[in-house]
Each structure stands twice: as structure tokens, then as C-alpha cells.
Design a protein around this ligand. Structure first.
Ligand SMILES: Cc1ncc(COP(=O)(O)O)c(C=O)c1O
Length: 387
């Protein structure tokens, strides 16, 4: 009865099973993967948010395929803060960046067409692409005192069916930005071959470096779709607001926007209350982001302090984002180690292979974990390497 594209593996993986077993048995868990900002102890202005959601204007149905203008203006202002001029009509609001990806895939790809994705990266891509009948082709990120895109390998991965290159800027979980010269190289490759750039910037605001990395939102050398949303930048994943900004050579951009408008008009997926509330949510992001960055810096310095007194485990460089990648001895598979850590110490981490690291020996931990849990969990993790 069902389409082949839905023939997923429905069994839980061994780690999720072990986690569920532990929860059922009421055993303690130190969750070093915590990434839901609404349950990590950050303070929000609840009253102002709830008032913003009860705007009487939302009682009238007056949809716009791109999203209501006051909401899109808040997005224009956001990019002005990143020194990028974005036109209010170049923005489409969506319920999530996942939905924004689906719009971009839909206007770019016929079934079986290919999109290049960074590896390692965020694990949702396989599902997003599979649902749209798009084939993902990885291009490697390489680590040498910091992560970088390997533009030669990227170029070699291009085939006659390639339609776009995804750049996660900064990438999850490696936490690195594309550099100016990599962006220039990518633009050259994409412009010459009529490939689009899809830039996922959900972590753009969470830089640990002094100088802010530029957004792709005004990138005009190649057709570019830049996406972000309030899940991360305001810490409000439950509000379901994200966006897609189109930029690029004038004619291509006009054609893309025309097509996006039909898709968006077909779904009209945004609800009115949340759109009227968006300017308020966006105003509150600064306070949220400073709390979050304080947590990230505290956990990172605790991590470094504990790593300093042993030699088995190190951490990779991180420029931005909510995650740290740990290098551990590859004496068994990452999944086996993560399982052992959960069973023996009650510490839950993500094995590198969840993010398609090319080899064993990597664990990913969330830097927004409440600080006490983080310190205790890292201590227990490192104790497993004691002789
Ligand atoms: C790189 C990246 N893009 C997108 C998302 C999802 O964002 P949204 O909630 O807007 O779909 C995540 C969530 O973790 C992410 O890590």
C-alpha cells in the first residue's frame, strides 16, 4: 500500500532503546545531549510573550503566501543587524527550517536529483531529502586544527544531476563557519554550474569568536536560499517560525521567488497569532542569547579544565553553536562506547556516527546542558578512561 520512500527502519537504535529502558526503570540519567532550550533553565519573559500572542488582529483571516508583513519586517531588521540588506518580498515565512528546506528542494529538484551536504552534519537531512525524492551526496569537511570545507572534494562530488550545495553556517555539530575565501570559492563553483546554495544559519548568532561571520542572506553571486528561524535564535522551537530568504542574480532570483510563492500559497502554513508575536519574540532574543552564551562558555571552560588533567580525551576546536565534539580512543565503535557510558555511568551522549563522522572516536555533547549536570557528566565520562 505504501510508497517506497516511506520504507524507513522503524526499530529504535540500540542507544534509544537503552535510554528508554533506563527511564522505565527510574534510573538516573545525566543527559549531555540536552538541546531543548525551553527545558534547560533559561529565563523567558512569559507575560510579554503571552500578551504578544493575543493580538486581536489575529482574529481576522488575511493570509499572505510570504507571511504577514510586520513579521517579515522583523526578519529584515534581524539581517540589518548582520549588515545584510534583505528585501521584505524576498522572505518567505515557514513553520520550521525543515519546511523551508522542503520548499527549496521542491523548486530545485526533480525526483532523483542530487544535493550536496556537508559530512559530518545534522542528521535530519536524510529524512528531509527522502521525503522529497532527493538524493543526498556528501562532501567531506576536514579537520586540521579546525574544520573546513574541502572545495576540491565538493567539486568532485558534482554530477549532471546536482542542483544545490547545502552549507550549514556554522555547522552542527562541528561548530565552524565557512570562511570568506571558502564562500568566494563556493560562489564561483555554484555560479559557473548553475547550482544553488542553501545556507542553513540557525546557529549564526552563537559565535564564540570575536568577529561575527557574515550571513549568506545578501549573497548575490549565485542563487542562494538562506534559512533560519526562532527555534534557535530566540530559543523558541515550540512557536514554529522560520524563514527562507532568496538572493542571487536578479533574473534567477525573480524566477525562484515566483515559484516559491506558488508553493507557499498552496500550503499557507503560518498561523496569524505567532506572526503578530514575532517582532516581540525577536526583540527578546538578545537576552536569551546572552544567557545561552554564558552557559556555553561556562560549560566549555569546565570541559577544558577537566580535559586538562587527563590525556585520553580531547576536544575539537569550536567557533560557534551549542555543541562540542570530543575525540575519544577508538577502541570500540562510538555507539558501543555511548551505550557503555549510559549503562555504566548513566551519562547520555551522542556517538559521532549519528552525525556521519567518517571514523569512530567521536562523541558529541551539548554545551547548553545545565552546568551542574554537565560538569558531573563530563567527570564520569572521563573517569571511564582511568587505568
Ligand atoms: C543545522 C540545523 N538546522 C535546522 C534545525 C531545525 O530547525 P527548525 O526547528 O527550525 O526546523 C536544526 C535543529 O537542531 C539544526 O541543527
Amino acid at each position: 500500500m505504501f510508497a517506497d520512500r516511506t520504507n524507513w527502519k522503524f526499530d529504535e537504535n540500540r542507544l534509544s532503546e537503552a535510554l528508554a529502558r533506563r527511564r522505565r526503570a527510574g534510573q538516573p540519567i545525566l543527559d549531555l545531549t540536552a538541546s531543548n532550550p525551553t527545558t534547560c533553565g533559561f529565563q523567558y519573559h512569559a507575560g510579554a510573550m503571552l500578551r504578544a500572542l493575543s493580538n486581536p488582529k489575529a482574529l481576522v483571516y488575511d493570509p499572505d503566501p510570504r507571511g504577514l508583513v510586520p513579521a517579515r519586517r522583523a526578519v529584515v531588521d534581524y539581517y540589518a543587524g548582520h549588515n545584510a540588506r534583505v528585501g521584505v518580498d524576498d522572505i518567505f515565512l515557514t513553520t520550521s527550517t525543515s519546511e523551508a528546506y522542503s520548499y527549496a528542494f521542491r523548486i530545485l529538484c526533480n525526483p532523483g536529483d542530487e544535493i550536496l551536504i556537508p559530512e559530518p552534519s545534522y542528521p535530519l537531512f536524510a529524512f528531509l531529502a527522502g521525503i522529497q525524492d532527493v538524493k543526498l551526496v556528501p562532501y567531506p569537511l576536514i579537520y586540521d586544527h579546525g574544520w573546513q570545507m574541502d572545495l576540491h572534494s565538493l567539486e568532485r562530488a558534482i554530477t549532471g544531476r546536482t542542483r544545490a550545495v547545502i552549507v550549514v553556517h556554522p555547522n552542527n555539530p562541528t561548530g565552524h563557519f565557512a570562511t570568506h575565501s571558502q564562500i568566494a570559492g563556493l560562489n564561483q563553483i555554484c555560479a559557473a554550474r548553475e547550482l544553488a546554495i542553501i545556507a542553513d544559519e540557525v546557529f549564526l548568532d552563537f559565535a564564540l569568536t570575536e568577529t561575527a561571520a557574515p550571513t549568506f542572506a545578501a549573497n548575490d553571486a549565485a542563487l542562494t536560499f538562506t534559512m533560519s528561524g526562532i527555534s534557535k535564535i530566540c530559543g523558541l522551537p515550540q512557536m514554529k517560525v522560520a524563514w527562507l530568504v532568496t538572493s542571487g542574480p536578479r533574473e534567477l532570483k525573480a524566477q525562484a521567488v515566483e515559484r516559491l510563492e506558488i508553493i507557499a500559497d498552496t500550503y499557507l502554513s503560518m498561523n496569524a497569532p505567532v506572526q503578530y508575536a514575532l517582532p516581540t519574540f525577536m526583540d527578546q532574543r538578545h537576552e536569551f542569547q546572552s544567557q545561552l552564551m554564558a552557559r556555553v562558555r561556562k560549560n566549555l571552560s569546565e570541559l577544558d579544565r577537566q580535559l586538562g588533567s587527563q590525556r585520553a580525551c580531547t576536544r575539537l576546536e569550536v567557533e560557534a553553536g551549542w555543541y562540542a565534539v570530543l575525540r575519544i580512543p577508538a577502541t570500540r565503535s562510538d555507539e558501543d562506547f555511548a551505550l557503555f557510558l549510559l549503562d555504566s555511568e548513566g551519562v547520555y551522549t551522542h556517538p559521532g556516527h549519528f552525525y556521519d563522522f567518517s571514523a569512530d572516536g567521536f562523541l558529541v555533547v551539548s554545551l547548553i546542558t545545565p552546568a551542574e549536570d554537565f560538569a558531573e557528566g563530563i567527570g564520569l565520562l572521563l573517569s571511564t578512561f582511568d587505568d
